[in-house]
Design a protein. Structure first.
Length: 380
């Protein structure tokens, strides 16, 4: 069935927009704003929404969206799982005194999940982690952490990087979902989100950003679904997937003092909780993350003037089992989800033109540095 990208607004009080996520329609929700939502739906879902009192306006057919944005240069400007491995290996081989490549696990289809450890000392007590690409179609979320690693290596002999690498370790795992990412490089599959697990009912894929073990599975809504065919399928149990287990085991081994995970799109800086609208109870933790998110927002805006809005995750929409709820809930460390460029579907959504990789990285550099400084320089 043809899939469309639509803008949805409410036309009556009996169907408020916020209720969209609570309707079990299996929607692929891209944006949720106070006055409208953007989502991908097939024709049956679109007509059901209309019957429920929503106005559904077609933005673009997925097919024309793909031909508009998925040009040749949009593909060649980005890494594949293989070129990422080659580039990470090169970085490690060329800089053995500060960089080391680790296989932290394997995907469902057997691809290595890689993390680069940067730092002079092994077993240092100050460590910070950057993750990318839990979601296959979010290609820019591979490039920003990769460029961060490359830039840290290039600036390793100058402060503040020199001091960070002496004092602690920076771990970068740019592609948590290599199978999904590879799949999005095949014709017609650019908008795949999940991993490539064969589910028991014959459908494919678990949403890796719903598979972490804090409050896992406690919601059953469109943005955190127990239906295997859905885009946000939480999986049969917490950490059922080798990709989320790889991150779990890395975090358990290294005991990071902070974790930042890149996604796209919408230009947001999100901090826990995601599973509830309640704010974090611990006022010190809450203030720490809220203030740091605000600092990152200002630092990002200072580079190219782009707004990345800092807010609690659940304000975007509620989900249970995401990465940062788990890293904060289990380990009590500052944890952020950064949604990268662009700001909206009309600017490309998940398909960011390759020419924007560099400016997107440039604006995120000072924010990533602020996070590293915060974690590595925190008083003991
Ligand atoms: O839905 C997600 O996993 C993230 N958005 S994305 O468009 N990259 O898929 C947001 C996760 C943040 N957590 C919550 N909203 N609870
Ligand atoms: Zn994502």
């Amino acid at each position: 069935m043809a899939s469309v990208i639509v803008r949805v607004t409410s036309t009556s009080a009996r169907s408020p927009l916020a209720r969209l996520v609570a309707i079990p329609l299996g929607l692929d929700l891209w944006e949720l704003h106070p006055d409208h939502a953007v989502l991908q739906a097939d024709e049956a879902q679109a007509s059901r929404l209309e019957a429920m009192g929503y106005a559904v306006e077609q933005l673009r057919l997925s097919e024309s969206y793909l031909t508009d944005f998925a040009t040749e240069s949009a593909v060649t400007g980005y890494h594949s799982a293989q070129t990422l491995e080659e580039d990470l290996r090169q970085l490690a081989d060329d800089n053995p005194e500060i960089a080391e490549l680790h296989e932290i696990g394997h995907s469902v289809e057997g691809r290595p999940i890689l993390a680069l450890r940067l730092g002079e000392r092994r077993g240092s007590s100050r460590k910070v982690a950057f993750l990318g690409c839990h979601h296959a179609r979010e290609w820019i979320s591979v490039e920003v952490p990769f460029l961060l690693a490359e830039d840290l290596v290039a600036n390793a002999s100058a402060d503040p990087v020199r001091e960070w690498l002496q004092r602690g370790e920076i771990w970068v795992a740019p592609m948590v979902n290599p199978d999904g990412h590879e799949f999005t490089r095949t014709p017609g599959n650019r908008l795949w989100r999940k991993n490539r697990r064969r589910n028991r009912d014959g459908t494919v894929g678990v949403d890796l950003n719903r598979n972490y073990g804090y409050m896992w599975g406690t919601l059953d809504i469109d943005t955190s679904s127990h239906t295997p065919a859905d885009e946000t399928y939480v999986g049969p149990r917490a950490f059922s997937e080798p990709e989320s287990r790889a991150v779990r085991d890395l975090v358990a081994r290294q005991a990071f003092g902070g974790v930042l995970t890149y996604h796209s799109y919408s230009q947001l800086i999100l901090y826990p909780w995601g599973y509830t609208d309640e704010p974090i109870v611990d006022e010190t933790d809450h203030r720490e993350m809220r203030d740091l998110a605000g600092d990152m927002q200002r630092l990002i805006a200072g580079v190219h003037g782009e707004t990345y809005t800092a807010q609690q995750s659940s304000r975007l929409y509620p989900t249970a089992g995401d990465t940062t709820d788990w890293t904060y809930g289990e380990y009590d460390v500052p944890s952020f989800t950064v949604e990268l460029r662009p700001a909206s579907a009309l600017e490309g959504g998940f398909i960011l033109p390759a020419g924007q990789i560099q400016p997107c990285w440039e604006e995120n550099r000072p924010a990533a540095h602020a996070f590293i400084g915060h974690v590595l320089e925190k008083p003991a």
